[in-house]
Design a protein around this ligand. Structure first.
Ligand code: CP
Ligand code: NVA
Length: 311
């Protein structure tokens, strides 16, 4: 069944069946790619990738995914476009819609992504904002599904900041019906208004101030940097506040023997996660990074109109 949305702005906009369809296709295409059987369905299509923040995984995986589907990609920064300064977002959206087949954007303010999507006639994909990082959580869910075979009866413990990743995880827990526990220092949780809108009267989300309380019974231990891109001025204050909110072997030892460790990367080894845990048998962080490629290729396959091999 086709996706009901033109864009991929937030997991909250997607139905459970659509999220499962993206994951199913990502897993199937991963096998096809490794067997040399992936069909180039987007020959002649172009993806514009706009970056207002740095990236390794998001940029490379989107560009490579597009090439693997037979299409092209363009890398654009704010120095070229000047969204909101040189040109209004609605005009950028209209012009890009005349040239390319889809836009992926990483920026600060979610409203820029939403405005582009509203005025573009082509799909717009959220490649990270201060508010959300939905593509990352798709890759995380794929990694968990590969490991466990399913997402039923799942508990994810997130040790860290109530940031863009944590919010997209709350959306995913609400849509897919699993438990998500955030362990953060007081004052670093996800905003109450966001939680209420995301989960309604569900009990899928819990916030605690003690990492040990979160990991007992967790199938997945997850973490991310203490200070996100754009919070550079807060780095030293956050280092003090997040002291103890680290995934280390002692904390892993308090979780069930089957638990796995995920990190969206980039990691600050020795801060939110230790070297030994990153390199341990329990860590799936590099499978997780690889899966960015597979989920994004699946997303592009479902959102961008196939070309039939012709321009
Ligand atoms: N996880 C992630 O989004 O990585 P990049 O910031 O390198 O794209
Ligand atoms: N929360 C991090 C995620 C990086 C992929 C950030 O926004 O910098």
């Amino acid at each position: 069944m086709p996706l009901t949305q033109k864009d991929f702005l937030s997991i909250a906009n997607y139905q459970k069946r659509e999220l499962e369809e993206i994951l199913d296709l990502a897993i199937a295409q991963k096998v096809q790619l490794k067997s040399g059987l992936l069909a180039p369905t987007l020959v002649g299509r172009t993806l514009a990738c706009i970056f207002h923040k740095p990236s390794l995984r998001t940029r490379v995986s989107f560009e490579v995914a597009m090439h693997q589907l037979g299409g092209d990609s363009l890398y654009l920064t704010d120095a070229e476009i000047g969204i909101g300064s040189r040109e209004a977002p609605q005009d950028v959206a209209r012009v890009l819609s005349r040239y390319v087949s889809a836009v992926m954007i990483r920026t600060f303010d979610q409203s820029i992504v939403d405005t582009l999507a509203k005025h573009a006639t082509i799909p717009v994909i959220n490649g990270l904002t201060d508010l959300l990082h939905p593509c990352q959580v798709l890759a995380d869910l794929m990694t968990i599904r590969e490991h466990r075979g399913h997402l039923e009866d799942l508990t994810v413990a997130f040790i860290g900041d109530g940031n863009n990743l944590a919010r997209s995880w709350i959306n995913a827990a609400s849509k897919l019906g699993f438990r998500f526990i955030l362990a953060c220092p007081p004052g670093y949780g996800v905003e109450q208004a966001f939680v209420e809108e995301a989960i309604g009267d569900s009990s899928c989300y819990q916030e605690v101030n003690e990492p040990l309380a979160a990991v007992k019974g967790a199938d997945v231990l997850y973490t991310d940097v203490w200070a996100s891109m754009g919070q550079e001025a807060e780095v030293s204050g956050r280092k003090a506040d997040f002291n103890g909110f680290q995934i280390n072997s002692q904390l892993v030892g308090h979780s069930p023997a089957h638990s796995i460790v995920l990190h969206c990367l980039p990691a600050h080894r020795g801060e939110e996660i230790t070297d030994d845990v990153m390199e341990s048998q329990r860590s799936r962080v590099f499978d997780q990074a690889e899966n960015r490629l597979h989920v994004q290729r699946a997303l592009l396959s479902l959102l961008v109109k196939p070309s039939g091999g012709r321009y």
